[in-house]
Design a protein around this ligand. Structure first.
Ligand SMILES: NC(=O)c1ccc[n+]([C@@H]2O[C@H](COP(=O)([O-])OP(=O)(O)OC[C@H]3O[C@@H](n4cnc5c(N)ncnc54)[C@H](OP(=O)(O)O)[C@@H]3O)[C@@H](O)[C@H]2O)c1
Length: 319
């Protein structure tokens, strides 16, 4: 039996209905609310120009935090900066980076390394959902790059800086969608050249990859004041999927969007996870909004996590 057959049976045995019921129950819960202020703390957010990232930026700004947003679009970044600085009287800086490009991702990480203030909260939020396979200019499948590898590169490059700080919290805006990669990662086909591409599967694999990397980062940060956690931000109405064709966009606007919640709930949850004392010492965990939840079995596979780690170092040009 091939390696994937073995994994199939391994994971199959680990699946428990109780975890699926817990997820369904948690999907109906509201996020816990944190009322504390976050005056003058530094918060970095990727993809703050729309959707969840935009609401998250406003939430942290409304509590007094200083922001650095990592966005790809200059006009949108300027508009966001003006809006937030006028409304909340805090500083909202931005660095431009296309997180589908490896060199841009390295450059932005270098800029972050030069900041001589501690980063109190780092929110990896930028993401795409594609119904058709696309390769980046570096030859990497785009969803894998934006949803996972860019966050890996930045965390990897910043790991010593963060560890040297007294405290920091890294939040990965992940998804229940990691469950679409139900039988695990195909490490031999991360670019989807050997299988038929499907949007949900590639999205699931990228989110699963991020959860696997979290296991190793959490080990690395153990005993320091740095925590790293992942979360599902709810099924919320955002601009996601705009790169796709007309049929998808019609479906999203006329059907999907009508079932979705406002992205302000995601912002409340991400604020709670970044600021609340209640999660101060929790690391390496998955939250559904603010409820701790067991991720799918492939997301706890340390052996795959280690192999993915090595591959990510090579793919991300981090050697
Ligand atoms: N919406 C949901 O229900 C839901 C559920 C589970 C998880 N999530 C996750 O939540 C995160 C945010 O998604 P969203 O729903 O808020 O989508 P969104 O409205 O499309 O926002 C995505 C953000 O990422 C940025 N971005 C996309 N590609 C980029 C690139 N190559 N380089 C730099 N920035 C890039 C976008 O910039 P532009 O403004 O320039 O496009 C935008 O700011 C994603 O990780 C997504 O997977 C969302």
């Amino acid at each position: 039996m091939g390696q994937n057959g073995i994994k199939f049976w391994k994971y199959f045995k680990e699946y428990q209905w109780s975890n699926v019921y817990a997820m369904i129950k948690n999907n109906r819960k509201h996020p816990k609310i944190c009322d504390s202020d976050f005056n003058d703390k530094l918060v970095v957010i990727t993809g703050a120009t729309s959707g969840i990232g935009y609401f998250v930026a406003k939430k942290y700004a409304s509590k007094g935090a200083q922001l650095i947003c990592i966005n790809r679009n200059k006009d949108k970044s300027e508009a966001l900066k003006r809006e937030i600085e006028n409304e909340y009287k805090i500083t909202c800086d931005y660095f431009l980076a296309d997180l589908s490009i490896i060199s841009d991702t390295h450059e932005v990480a270098e800029k972050l390394l030069k900041i001589n203030k501690p980063i109190d909260v780092f929110i990896h939020n930028a993401g795409v959902y594609l119904t058709k396979r696309e390769l980046t200019s570096d030859g990497i499948e785009k969803v894998f790059m934006v949803q996972y590898l860019s966050s890996f590169i930045i965390n990897f490059k910043l790991r010593d800086k963060l560890k040297s700080q007294e405290k920091s919290r890294i939040i990965l805006v992940n998804s229940e969608g990691h469950r679409f990669a139900a039988w695990g990662l195909r490490l031999d086909d991360l670019d989807w050249s050997k299988r038929r591409y499907a949007g949900l599967k590639s999205y699931g694999s990228a989110k699963l990859s991020q959860l696997l990397s979290m296991l190793i980062f959490a080990d690395f940060f153990k005993g320091s004041g740095v925590t790293i956690n992942a979360m599902h931000p709810g099924a919320v109405k955002t601009e996601t999927g705009q790169e796709n064709g007309r049929i998808y966009k019609w479906y999203k606007k006329n059907i999907l969007d009508k079932t979705l919640k406002p992205a302000s709930i995601s912002a409340e949850a991400i604020y709670y996870l970044g600021v609340s004392k209640e999660v101060e010492n929790i690391s390496g965990k998955f939250f559904n909004l603010t409820t701790l939840e067991e991720p799918a079995p492939p997301a706890l596979d340390m052996d795959t996590a280690k192999r993915l780690w090595e591959l990510s170092i090579t793919m991300g040009k981090l050697k």
